[in-house]
Design a protein around this ligand. Sequence first.
Ligand code: GDP
Ligand code: 5AD
Length: 564
Amino acid sequence: MIDLSSNARQILKARYLRQTDRIETPEDLFKRVAKHIATVENVNKNLWFDRFYKVMRNLEFLPNSPTLMNAGLPNGQLSACFVLPIEDNLNAIFTTLKNAALIHHNGGGTGYNFSKIRPKDDLISSSEGSSAGPVSFMKIYDTATEYVKQAGKRRGANMGILNINHSDIEEFISSKSDLHSLQNFNISVGITNDFMYALEKDKDWQLVNPRTNKVSKTLSAKKLWDSIIEQVLKTGDPGLIFLDTINQNNPLNKLGKIQSTNPCGEVPLFNYESCNLGSINLKKMVVQNSTNIEIDWKKLERTITIAIRFLDNVISCNYFVLPQIQEITLSNRKIGLGVMGWAELLIMLEIPYASNKAVELAETVMKFIHEKSYNASQLLAKKRGCFPSWKQSSFSPHMLLRNATCNSIAPTGSISIIADTSYAIEPLYALAYKRTGILENTTQMEINATFVDKMKSLGLWSEQLHSEIIEKGSIQHVKNIPTHLKNLFKTSLEISWKYHLLHQRAFQRYTDNAVSKTINLPNTTTFEEVSEIYKTAWKYKLKGITIYRNGSRDNQILQLCGFN
Ligand code: GDP
Ligand code: 5AD
């Protein structure tokens, strides 16, 4: 039997295990997936089946949810991430809406940049009427998403972007201020370096109508920035996406500009491009020596090599709902291997998240993953050929690669529950918390098992500690706990935003796609702090930034899985 937590069993049963004549067991599920992914292998199918199965059943590596749900099914869409085009005409807008519905229906999430759409009340020559504007079309997308739920398992998810110079940017910035609107959207302002320079120099900024290219309004960059920060403080939205940073690091910039990411921001993609993700459970990448626990680098390398091959195979045995998606996805062959369980690994190594040692280790670990991922992709290129658009990429002519990108840090909102570990690179949210939403209408109390184990091993666990933790979710206030343990078990809101950002930067440095991270902030966080966080994110060359101020939305699901 696989060693699964009770949460993992629940979530698998509710959403992942196939129910035909009999219900799949988790073993069946991982076998179904491994078998499908191994069909791509010409020789040694059984050997690869075995390897793929083992890394999943040992919870060392898991692919994104759609692969777990759909592999082996007829027309099984295996990718989680898509970007679709938005053009400024009704036909195109509703064609993309239909395509988004097909993608959502099969468990994928879609991102779009709405900046080509003419502003609200602009002229429509064919009807002599006036246009609805980008925000109205987003609302239509949102409503459609609400009604296309994938067999009740996974509803659609969208990323909506509007560029900072669009005439309707002010309306967009406050489009989620009413907490009931655009619930199926994450929204981000598309920021350019020019805007950030204007902000630094306190200059004016021009808003432009994309249909006429004429300036529709001039206002101070600072005023516009402040309106973003005010909204973010109130609701957490909008996030920012740094378009120039993304395109400066785009190995396929000869093919055009990237304008959008998938819903959680970890994959910048061209229009119609899709990407499939997978994450290594770092908690499982350790070895116990006689005196202490260390990272097992050999095991990590082996796992990376298997995972990259797995993800490359996914592209070859994937089902694409549209020919355009198939064409560009097969041409660039982007994959995103990332991590989960980073916080738990740090705890096992007794390194506090909020420490320079942790940030340094983050760089070391991600550099290693990046290098070994590229080695694996290079090896595949030698056997299977480079990705077809390779000649137009910045890797040509010297660096053979099978995949235009190899790494992304996804939020792992669901798969980290299956693997029973902490989300992606996030610190522990709390040591004990009520979790709602794993299954509809259920709320359960949870205490972090790694914490309990540690306390027990030190002889510090007691009934009294148990009830104190349940009450506060933290040990910072508990007497008789040594300072080094208090530091080790600081939770997300107890960690300064500076360390949240340093971790995001450390991982971004060695991630060719992007890093999904929520900078969780206490309720008392000020306007100035949020402004500084957003500015620092740009200076750090992050590709995007999202914050959440505790308590700023009333329907908060305590955990960070977001969409459930
Ligand atoms: P996991 O594999 O389910 O753990 O997914 P992640 O939380 O790591 O998210 C990865 C990507 O999957 C996101 O960026 C989205 O593109 C997509 N995604 C995540 N959650 C949902 C969801 O609830 N619905 C849909 N349609 N897509 C989602
Ligand atoms: N841009 C990018 N990611 C976002 N998320 C939420 N809003 C945005 C946004 N505007 C991501 C969080 C988290 C997940 C639940 O969604 O960073 O990883």
